[in-house]
Each structure stands twice: as structure tokens, then as C-alpha cells.
Design a protein around this ligand. Structure first.
Ligand SMILES: NC(=O)C1=CN([C@@H]2O[C@H](COP(=O)(O)OP(=O)(O)OC[C@H]3O[C@@H](n4cnc5c(N)ncnc54)[C@H](OP(=O)(O)O)[C@@H]3O)[C@@H](O)[C@H]2O)C=CC1
Ligand SMILES: N[C@@H](CC=O)C(=O)O
Length: 433
């Protein structure tokens, strides 16, 4: 039996440095649990001369990926550098050289994960990717092992740390979007190009991985309706709060009668809802299983050490397999064909803000539009807008539960109504009976 496992690390940035620190600082405990040592043999980086926040023997660093892939000493490749096409080729080559793979790369796994898992299976290798969803929270293992016997019906999650950090600071400290995003970048939560965070794509990738695991389907990233947080204004947050809600970027995945909906969008939650209480870079995933009922997984969703803790735990799982001479995980192949719900099958409440003519009859013309679509209201605020043009008022409403098509019909008809000057914003409302 091997007394030492050698790894090749691709990337020594926020997450890679965390991996080095954990392997060093927790080495006694790791050795005790595994019965062998883990040694970093080579580290792939862009720039060997760059200053690092961990002490590394310079001879370990390389810019040549072949030093890892074609290195017979290396048993496991840990990929924490990001990227899609080039990175896929690296991991593919590594698997063909019989190396096990640990990755934090949701961009790659959401699009090409199935292919990589299949290739790994054919080559008796492991691919583990716990760190790719919700950072330090062991949610993939919980779905594939802890809840293996159950039928998952619904998941709702805050799965992007950067946007949750931004929304928390905008809501609680009234800080502007741009400065909070900069802080999230400095803290190492945001992606190298934060567009994927703020436009919801990062969360959509994670929801694809969660939904496929939970529903045993092959849901594609394109199937996930995605909206980010860039359009959310201070007034949206303020009015939502006046009505008792907090706005969060929520990923939803639900299944009814074999049909699924998977989406990511800003969503209003009651202020006392457990997901509304998840702050800053923390993530949480609510999972409803037919047998278990409601469960909730909570923890840091981004950052160096939390993400690295998931990586090193995956690494330990791979090492145990290597020492046992086995491979394979519980991420089973798709069992069902994906059938997506259409808009008439997606139910929700909605929050809507609009600017209208402040004159007699406006309110009834607006409510008529909703009544024609059989949409009724749970909450309404009507406010004069003192600093805007004369004769302008703002209406803020929360509907009762309707299907998405009914609501979109209302939006279309409102935009043709002369008394409606502007539909300012609208968002889903969830988390209430
Ligand atoms: N940051 C986080 O909180 C989380 C990140 N992730 C994922 O982990 C991965 C890494 O993220 P993070 O650590 O933040 O990223 P960083 O940008 O901090 O680090 C990337 C590292 O990879 C190296 N690198 C990038 N491209 C190449 C390349 N083509 N060839 C060689 N080296 C390369 C860089 O080298 P050099 O230093 O020389 O420039 C750097 O060391 C990403 O997939 C990300 O989505 C997942 C969960 C949380
Ligand atoms: N940019 C991501 C990092 C972890 O996946 C996030 O903010 O959640």
C-alpha cells in the first residue's frame, strides 16, 4: 500500500493557496485519517516569479502542464485554476494518464461534467468536485450520499457568495453596488471576471450541477433561466423591505410529475425566512425531500480556506480509494429525460413597481389589467413621487400566487396602458405559504 500520495496542483491563487495551507497546517490529522502522507509534487501557474502568500519551494512551480500530466509520480491532479476549454483538455489528458481529478471548476463541470465523469469511469479514475458548489458546504456529498434514499422535490439556494455579499452590504449599509463588488474581489470571493457572478451565470452553473444530481437528469445550462443582480436598485431594496421582504439572488430547482424548473433570479423572501437571514459571502441550500422533509445546509460559499477545505476533503476521499484500489463516486449517470415546465406550470407570487399618472381612475385601469388575467393582490403601496414630475405616482404591488404566463401577460398589457409611464421592476416572491 502506498505510504505517500503525490499531487499536482493546477493554480496557486485564492483557492490553491488555501489548499497548500490546509495540507501543511492539518498534515498530522490528515495523515492519521488516511494512514499516509500527501505531498505536493508540482504546481502549475502562469507566472513563476509572482509573489505568493504561501511559502513554496520555487523548484515545485512550473508553467509547463506536461510536468504534471506526464509525471509518473503524480497520482492526483487538483485543478483550481479555472477556465473551460483548455482546462478540459488538461483534465482529459490527466485522466488518460490514469490520474484522479479534484476540481473546484463549476464553469467546466456544468457544461462538460458528464463527459469528464464518463471518461473517468472508463479509466477507473475518480473525479470529485464538491468545491464547485457552495464553497465549504458539503452539499454534493449530502445529496449523493446523505440523502441518497430520498426523492428530492425542491431546492432553493443562495449559491453565489459574491452577490450575497453585495446585496447584504447594499441592504444593510446602503453601500453602492460598484464599491461592494470591488471589496468582494479584494476578498477573493469573485471570479476573475465577476460578470459571471453578478449576471447570475455562476449561480446557474451551480444550480445545473445540483439539479442534475438531485433529479438524476441531464439538465443543460441553457435550460436554466438566469437573471443577475445588476438591475436591483436601492429603491427596490427599500420598498421590498417596507413590505416585509429581503431581496436575495435565489437559485430554484423543483420537480412535479417528472417536469422540472431550474432558474436563478432575484427573489423577495419574507424577512424572517431562513434564506433571508443568510448574510455576506455565506451560502445556504434548502432541500425538500419526500421522506426527510425540510433540510437546510449553511456555510461559507466562497473564499480561500472554506473552498480549500472542500478540495482537501475530496482529495482525502480519492486517496482512500487509491489505497483501497477502487474508484468511483455516487454521482450516478442521468436516469430520466429532462422535461422542462412551461410558463403556465411555474407558480409564484410577484412583486412589481411601476410609475403611473397620478390621477383619478389610474388605479382602477391598472388593477383591471390584472383582473383580466385573474391576478389578485396581497399587498399594495401607492406613493406620490414628490421629487419627480408633477402628476406621477408609484404603485408597488405583491400578487397572490399566479402562473408565470399570467403575470407576463399582465406586464405586456400594462406596458401598452397609457397611464403607466414605466414598469420600474418586477421580481419573484417565494418562501410564503
Ligand atoms: N475564489 C473562490 O472563493 C472560489 C473559487 N472557485 C473556483 O476555483 C477556481 C480557482 O479560483 P481562484 O483561486 O479564486 O482563482 P485565482 O484567479 O485566484 O487563481 C487562479 C490560479 O490559477 C493559475 N492559472 C490560471 N490560468 C492558468 C493557466 N492557463 N496556466 C497556468 N496557471 C494558470 C494562476 O496563476 P498565477 O498565480 O501565476 O497567475 C493562479 O495561481 C476557479 O475555477 C473558481 O471558479 C470555486 C469556489 C470558490
Ligand atoms: N465567485 C464564486 C466563488 C465560489 O464559487 C462566489 O462568489 O460564490
Amino acid at each position: 500500500m502506498k505510504q505517500q500520495i503525490n499531487i499536482g496542483l493546477c493554480g496557486l491563487g485564492t483557492v490553491g493557496s488555501g489548499v497548500v495551507k490546509i495540507l501543511e497546517n492539518h498534515q498530522e490529522q490528515i495523515k492519521y485519517k488516511l494512514g499516509c502522507e500527501i505531498r505536493i509534487t508540482k504546481i502549475l501557474v502562469n507566472d513563476i516569479l509572482k509573489k505568493r502568500d504561501v511559502a513554496i519551494d520555487p523548484s515545485v512551480l512550473t508553467t509547463n502542464v506536461d510536468d504534471l500530466i506526464y509525471n509518473d509520480e503524480i497520482d492526483v491532479v487538483v485543478e483550481v485554476m479555472g477556465g473551460i476549454d483548455n482546462t478540459y483538455t488538461i483534465l482529459e489528458q490527466a485522466i488518460l494518464q490514469k490520474k484522479h481529478i479534484i476540481t473546484a471548476n463549476k464553469d467546466l463541470m456544468a457544461v462538460s461534467g458528464a463527459q469528464l465523469l464518463q471518461l473517468a469511469k472508463e479509466n477507473s479514475c475518480d473525479v470529485f468536485f464538491e468545491a464547485s458548489v457552495a464553497g465549504g458546504i458539503p452539499i454534493l456529498r449530502s445529496l449523493s450520499d446523505g440523502l441518497a434514499s430520498d426523492r428530492i422535490q425542491k431546492m432553493m439556494g443562495i449559491v453565489n457568495g459574491t452577490t450575497n455579499f453585495i446585496l447584504t452590504k447594499m441592504t444593510e449599509e446602503q453601500l453602492p453596488f460598484a464599491s461592494v463588488l470591488k471589496e468582494a474581489q479584494e476578498l477573493g470571493f469573485a471570479e476573475s471576471d465577476p460578470t459571471a457572478d453578478v449576471e447570475g451565470l455562476d449561480a446557474a452553473r451551480k444550480m445545473t450541477l445540483l439539479a442534475n444530481l438531485a433529479f438524476k437528469m441531464n439538465i443543460r445550462l441553457e435550460d436554466v433561466e438566469t437573471q443577475g443582480i445588476t438591475m436591483i436598485t436601492e429603491d427596490d431594496l427599500k420598498f421590498a423591505n417596507q413590505l416585509g421582504y429581503t431581496i436575495k439572488l435565489i437559485g430554484i430547482a423543483a420537480i412535479n410529475d417528472g417536469k422540472v424548473e431550474v432558474g436563478v433570479e432575484p427573489t423577495l423572501l419574507p424577512n424572517d425566512h431562513p434564506l433571508a437571514l443568510v448574510k455576506n459571502e455565506y451560502n445556504a441550500v434548502y432541500v425538500y425531500g419526500e421522506a426527510v422533509g425540510e433540510t437546510m445546509f449553511y456555510g461559507p460559499g466562497a473564499g480561500s480556506l472554506p473552498t480549500a477545505s472542500a478540495i482537501v476533503s475530496d482529495l482525502m476521499a480519492a486517496v482512500k480509494n487509491i489505497r483501497l484500489g477502487v474508484s468511483g463516486n455516487s454521482y450516478i449517470s442521468p436516469q430520466y429525460t429532462t422535461q422542462l415546465k412551461d410558463n403556465k406550470e411555474r407558480y409564484s407570487k410577484y412583486f412589481i413597481r411601476m410609475e403611473v399618472d397620478d390621477e383619478t381612475g389610474t388605479f382602477f385601469k391598472v388593477t383591471d389589467i390584472f383582473a383580466n388575467q385573474k391576478v389578485s393582490f396581497e399587498k399594495i403601496l401607492q406613493l406620490p413621487l414628490p421629487n419627480k414630475e408633477l402628476n406621477t405616482a408609484e404603485i408597488v404591488m405583491v400578487t397572490h400566487t399566479v402562473n408565470k404566463q399570467q403575470f407576463l401577460n399582465c406586464i405586456e398589457n400594462l406596458s401598452e396602458l397609457s397611464v403607466v409611464k414605466k414598469i420600474i421592476s418586477y421580481y419573484r416572491v417565494d418562501g410564503e405559504e
